[in-house]
Design a protein around this ligand. Structure first.
Ligand SMILES: NC(=O)c1ccc[n+]([C@@H]2O[C@H](COP(=O)([O-])OP(=O)(O)OC[C@H]3O[C@@H](n4cnc5c(N)ncnc54)[C@H](O)[C@@H]3O)[C@@H](O)[C@H]2O)c1
Length: 327
């Protein structure tokens, strides 16, 4: 019996695979390496380089490895790219995702943990954001995730597929082994660290006229190891017969872009130059989680998600891996 992890060669998937194996779980990874790295995974982990939309491959993996549950990370996840190339997102995250979940159900795999996102809320009507908050995404990426959430709910009713959809806020930080290595890199903290290392001249700040105290957007940063632990617990919860649910994963506190920049300067001890750019389409002013439901349902508590720890661990990983996962 094994757990199928799609997107396990990616950033959050890689850290979750590390965590699952530390708990003694058998893991199989399916990833097309569009955005992931084989080197993020230990060589002995069964690995299939392929697309989640390949139903025959999914059926074969399920059969050969006696897959009993799945953690489904595989998706494209750049908000800006989804605005300029929505077809890529609907085809990959939605169409391939639908084929994938269909193949799983057909193979009798009826436990799934799904990577959803706070981007499904769009411009939130209340703060902090609870799970009952209206979901009306501001970009195609968020719509693809919401579509899969709706599908999961229908499949539970009709086919008894039990799932936990985890709506992450901003994943950040690293372990000693796994860190963030995207090309291009859309996230703030890796860009700050690349600038601290002199790999790029400055970091763009997208807008300083938001209705926040310093005018820059506020986000809820959650350490990737805390996210990984939530997946392990969600799986245990489903194995214990838990009902399907939607859970926010965040800390409940937020930091503005300028606050994150200041903290990165302190942690690295380096100058980090910034430049002002116009606001990005689809960027809400403030996204802060009410994650009390995840605490209650999973008994989960973020333990590594203070901003300094997040930036320090990401910085240590970058210093140890100056070229990311490249040899
Ligand atoms: N990083 C964040 O802050 C954040 C926040 C909310 C939600 N999420 C979600 O979490 C998941 C993981 O995010 P990440 O930051 O680790 O991204 P990532 O890009 O590092 O990892 C995604 C992995 O999925 C793989 N993949 C994509 N499409 C595939 C396909 N069709 N078939 C097989 N493999 C495929 C990629 O190669 C990559 O390895 C994604 O679903 C993302 O939408 C991330």
């Amino acid at each position: 019996m094994a757990i199928l992890v799609t997107g396990g060669a990616g950033y959050i998937g890689g850290v979750t695979v590390e965590r699952l194996r530390a708990k003694g779980e058998s893991v199989v990874v399916l990833d097309d390496l569009a955005r992931g790295h084989r080197a993020a995974l230990d060589a002995e982990i069964p690995f299939y380089q392929g697309n989640i939309g390949d139903r025959a491959l999914v059926a074969r993996i399920a059969r050969e490895h006696q897959i009993e549950s799945c953690i489904h990370f595989a998706a494209l996840a750049y908000v800006g790219e989804s605005v300029t190339d929505p077809a890529k997102y609907f085809e990959n995250n939605a169409a391939n995702g639908i084929a994938f979940i269909g193949a799983l159900v057909q193979a009798g795999v009826l436990r799934l943990v799904f990577s959803s996102t706070c981007a499904t809320y769009g411009e939130p009507e209340e703060m902090p954001i609870g799970e009952q908050c209206r979901q009306w995404p501001k970009n195609p990426y968020g719509w693809t995730k919401l579509l899969i959430e709706r599908l999961l709910d229908s499949y539970d009713t009709a086919y008894n597929l039990k799932f936990v959809a985890l709506r992450y806020f901003n994943a950040a930080g690293a372990t000693t082994k796994c860190g963030e290595d995207h090309e291009p890199e859309p996230h703030l903290i890796p860009n700050l660290l690349a600038t601290a290392l002199g790999e790029q001249p400055s970091v763009p700040v997208f807008g300083n006229n938001y209705p926040t105290p310093d005018g820059t957007p506020i986000r809820d940063y959650i350490h990737v190891t805390d996210l990984a632990e939530a997946h392990v617990r969600a799986l245990e919860y489903l194995r214990g017969g838990g009902a399907s649910d939607f859970l926010n994963l965040g800390t409940g506190s937020g930091f503005s872009v300028l606050e994150v920049i200041e903290c990165a300067r302190e942690v690295t001890g380096r100058e980090i130059a910034t430049r002002m750019e116009p606001p990005r389409a689809g960027d809400p002013a403030r996204l802060i989680a009410d994650a009390s439901k995840a605490r209650r349902v999973l008994g989960w508590e973020p333990v590594a998600s203070d901003l300094r720890t997040i930036i320090r661990t990401a910085w240590e990983w970058r210093l140890q891996h100056p070229r990311g996962y490249a040899k």
